[in-house]
Design a protein around this ligand. Structure first.
Ligand SMILES: Nc1ncnc2c1ncn2[C@@H]1O[C@H](COP(=O)(O)OP(=O)(O)OP(=O)(O)O)[C@@H](O)[C@H]1O
Ligand SMILES: [Mg+2]
Length: 280
């Protein structure tokens, strides 16, 4: 979606900045370069750099307050929505800096979607309208036409593994769904804009074991289509569903590598102390 920035410039959709398929194939899907995040004068994310390959699931682990959610929110420009908060460094989506001059935050969030710990369906909207609300962040010329809209809603609900459970009650309120179903509805809403990256901040923390399993299966099914970053306190979950794991401590990225290697032969003693339960 385009418009004017505070500085009065034209806002640039991030997809305009990306180039040919061949170039994209050689680029990391998402890369952070020396990212610092502040709340006022408090620097809570410190000099974080990493590169994510397309189609991988990355888990972010670390003790409470170490900056996992803040880092995640820097990756789709949600951090800047908090008054007094700011980001330094670079975040590149398919090679383009999402903080580049004039880049539209809305277009960034359309390509890099987010789901939170507590399911956040719009409570006054129906199941169907919650998914269709996702289309509103798309540029008008890319939104599904009126004719196609129901098929797109169905497609997003199918991808979120919820279609069979809701197809006969699409016009009921979203809050009539169980917590696990509401969370999958939020995932469907995020998928409605066909994002390349999905940021999941402890998406199963408020769910029962069966609903958790369903969301984990969903992450597994989506892995070929969307690059996923999932924050979790559950080490078994990180081990089950991620290809790579990032361990954070006091705002720093201590270690980032293959999940298997990190859980068997961590290279930093602080990672080992954390994953063996000696603190956190
Ligand atoms: N809105 C805010 N205003 C000021 N400080 C904040 C705000 N949100 C978070 N912080 C601070 O930033 C630091 C990192 O918080 P963050 O929420 O990113 O941690 P986290 O690793 O996600 O923790 P948890 O595992 O408990 O969710 C903490 O010191 C926290 O107190
Ligand atoms: Mg958090």
């Amino acid at each position: 979606m385009s418009g004017a920035t505070d500085a009065g410039e034209r806002e640039i959709p991030i997809d305009v900045l990306t180039s040919t398929d061949a170039r994209l194939a050689s680029l990391p899907c998402l890369a952070a370069e020396s990212v610092d995040a502040y709340f006022g004068a408090n620097r809570v994310v410190r000099d974080v750099s990493f590169q994510l390959r397309a189609g991988e699931v990355t888990a972010i682990i670390g003790p409470s307050g170490c900056g996992k959610s803040t880092l995640l929110r820097c990756l789709n420009r949600m951090h800047e929505t908090v008054p007094g908060a700011r980001v330094e460094g670079e975040v590149r989506f398919e090679g383009s800096d999402i903080y580049g001059r004039g880049v539209s935050a809305i277009s960034v969030r359309r390509h890099i979607g987010m789901v939170f710990q507590r399911p956040t369906p719009f409570p006054t909207m129906s199941i169907r309208d919650n998914v269709a609300a996702g289309f509103k962040v798309m540029p008008r010329n890319e939104r599904p036409s009126r004719v196609d809209r129901e098929a797109f809603v169905e497609h997003a609900l199918r991808r979120a593994g919820l279609w069979d459970e809701v197809k006969d009650r699409l016009h009921e309120s979203a809050v009539a769904l169980s917590g696990g179903q509401q969370q999958r509805l939020c995932i469907a809403r995020a998928l409605a804009t066909s994002p390349s990256v999905l940021l999941l901040d402890e998406p199963t923390a408020s769910l029962d074991p069966l609903s958790t399993q369903r969301v984990e299966e969903l992450v597994y099914e989506l892995r070929d289509q969307v690059t996923i970053i999932i924050v979790t306190h559950n080490m078994q979950q990180a081990g089950r569903i991620s290809d790579r794991t990032a361990f954070m401590l006091a705002g720093e990225l201590i270690e980032y590598g293959s999940t298997n290697a990190m859980f068997t032969t961590p290279s930093d003693p602080r990672t080992e102390a954390y994953i063996t339960g000696r603190f956190g």
